[in-house]
Design a protein around this ligand. Sequence first.
Ligand code: ZN
Length: 202
Amino acid sequence: MKIICIGRNYAEHAAELNNPVPQRPVIFMKPATALLTDGKPFYHPDFSNNIHYELELVIKICKNGKYIPVEQAHLYYDQIGLGIDFTARDLQDELKAKGHPWEIAKAFDHSAVISKFFSLSDYDKTAIRFQLKKNEAVVQSGVSSDMIFGFDYIVSYVSRFFTLQLGDLIFTGTPAGVGKVEIGDRLEGILEGQSILFCQVK
Ligand code: ZN
């Protein structure tokens, strides 16, 4: 399986990092070794002094496909969950300044925390609300209607470049409010009022 991530998909988040709103989805990937599941703790890596949380809606691919038309895209994903796209912001800033790829800042071990997944048929895809709490305080609040590129467009666009396969995950971008984590922080992801993701930073 692979993990595909969309960058800068919420206008307010693009603005908070002084990035322009993209004309096309910004895509990067993480390997399967980036996954952190089942509420396991995240051990702060020693190569960064500025690890940021980014809470995101994550969709799961349920059918193999390539060159998927936008109108058919909804047939290719059927589950939703939450994920944290941990980012070594200090490394990313250095890489961006040099025009280098982001992998060491974005795709390192356990940088993709995921919750359990739920059937999308129970949600209104156009208005899914989600929140991140850090140590009980709400630090991010998002709604899928604020995405610059919606789920169907993302699936269609990504499949032009990469064959999508059963079980692949797509992180669909983070809303504003990203910030640093410190050892001892406790992160909690809430999807439509339900707490479904927990991550202790150790
Ligand atoms: Zn992200």
